[in-house]
Design a protein around this ligand. Structure first.
Ligand SMILES: Cc1cc2nc3c(=O)[nH]c(=O)nc-3n(C[C@H](O)[C@H](O)[C@H](O)COP(=O)(O)OP(=O)(O)OC[C@H]3O[C@@H](n4cnc5c(N)ncnc54)[C@H](O)[C@@H]3O)c2cc1C
Length: 389
């Protein structure tokens, strides 16, 4: 990789980014030494909920990094955020509490939020004190997201929402959910949708955790029974929910967490395998995927949604994450053991095996992503044919 013909990456070469990376590593070492950071594990960005850690990270300016100074952030570049995020993922740090707010809600508020919403939420997000959940899926609307049936009706003072959201990660611990809801009966299902910011502790909201295979309580059913959402909590424009969600999904699908969920296991397998060279192919794939994901982090500025590129990154990245688990099953000299000490290879392998089916489901399944990629290829072929005609 250090040969003169190898592609160079700004992530490796920029001295300021290298310096930032070293500071994050030092912080993580200090946290570890103080006994505040659990040993590494798979998929902690989704399952490691630790508000104290989020707030200590935020005190360094490493939560909501893209939030401008006027809203309490540090106005960092996407590259700086990328470096910090990578280090947290590889260390298996417990970042779940602030993850959704940092990754997609802050950019969504910056792009679509009202002045009052920005002033209310962004400073708290940057402090690591305001946690959001995603309210897209419903019992009969997962892949076919445009069919959501949760309905919001205008009432004096705001909106009344009725319906059920499903698989809402961390809703039982979050303060708010940004929900995709139907606000009018437009003949085209993608029109008539809007996004509302819903107080998860408000009246009319009931949250029931759904235990996962491992017994962990991670995602939830959120039932809304005429829950009142006051005026001022519509995100963006009424009826533009579909376009807004589409942009949000580009943020959700392209980050380094779509490549590195099983990175702590990969490292552990590399160290423990009888033939470490056997993981060489996986490491090479990881390097290429990192470049793809990194390039997306720089392209999601302004009004460019990058949905297709994000679909490609997520499809390839999550398959890679699963392949790391499959390879580790063969390469590690011992079997998975969910009762082995935290941070051991056997424990990480058990975590990888139980979490890996979700890698290619959450945020949109790979079948759906292939459909998005295919349709985009077809429309660019048509456009080329038109130009040629
Ligand atoms: C760990 C985890 C966390 C999640 N967190 C959240 C969250 O926080 N918020 C949220 O809103 N949702 C969340 N989800 C839900 C997730 O987005 C959905 O599970 C996903 O979009 C699939 O929807 P579904 O489960 O309804 O499956 P379905 O849509 O019923 O699909 C079932 C199967 O059919 C296939 N399929 C469906 N339609 C097509 C098609 N047109 N072409 C080809 N194949 C098709 C799918 O690929 C899938 O294999 C989470 C899911 C997981 C696993």
């Amino acid at each position: 990789l250090r040969s003169s013909t190898a592609p160079r990456s700004v992530l490796a070469d920029d001295p300021a980014l290298g310096n930032l990376r070293a500071r994050v590593r030092r912080f993580l070492d200090e946290e570890r030494e103080a006994g505040r950071l659990p040993p590494p594990g798979c998929d902690r960005w989704l399952s490691g909920w630790d508000p104290g850690f989020s707030q200590r990270l935020a005190a360094r300016g490493w939560v909501g990094m893209l939030i401008p100074l006027e809203y309490g952030g540090v106005g960092a570049t996407p590259s700086e955020r990328y470096v910090v995020t990578e280090e947290l993922l590889v260390a298996g740090a417990p970042v779940a509490a602030h993850w959704v707010a940092d990754r997609q809600i802050a950019p969504g508020l910056l792009r679509f939020g009202s002045a009052a919403q920005k002033a209310r939420f962004l400073p708290k997000i940057a402090q690591g004190r305001c946690y959001f959940s995603i309210g897209m899926s419903e019992p009969d609307s997962g892949s076919d997201l445009a069919s959501v049936r949760t309905r919001a009706e205008r009432v004096p003072g705001g909106w009344k929402i009725t319906g059920t959201k499903l698989w809402s990660s961390g809703a039982h611990l979050s303060h708010w959910s940004v929900m995709l809801v139907r606000t009018s009966d437009h003949p085209s299902p993608k029109s008539g949708l809007s996004q509302l910011i819903v107080d998860l502790r408000g009246p009319g909201v009931t949250i029931s955790p759904i235990p996962s295979l491992t017994g962990e309580e991670h995602f939830n059913e959120v039932h809304l029974d005429s829950a009142l959402v006051p005026n001022g909590m519509l995100l963006g424009t009424e009826g533009d929910g579909w376009q807004q969600v589409t942009e949000e999904l580009a943020y959700e699908r392209s980050g380094p967490e779509r490549v590195l969920s099983s990175a702590p296991l990969l490292l552990s397998t590399f160290l423990a395998a009888a033939d470490p060279a056997a993981v060489g192919g996986l490491v090479a794939r990881m390097i290429a995927l990192r470049e793809a994901s990194y390039s997306m982090s720089n392209s999601q500025e302004g009004d460019r949604s990058g949905l297709v590129e994000a679909a490609i990154v997520k499809h390839l990245g999550t398959r890679f994450e699963q392949d790391v688990v499959d390879a580790s099953r063969l390469l590690l000299p011992y079997p998975a053991d969910p009762d082995a000490p935290l941070g051991s290879s056997a424990r990480m392998l058990a975590e990888g095996i139980t979490h890996s089916p979700g890698f290619t489901l959450r945020g949109g399944t790979n079948e759906i992503l292939r459909g998005i990629i295919g349709r985009s290829l077809r429309s660019s072929q048509r456009a080329r044919a038109k130009l040629g005609a």
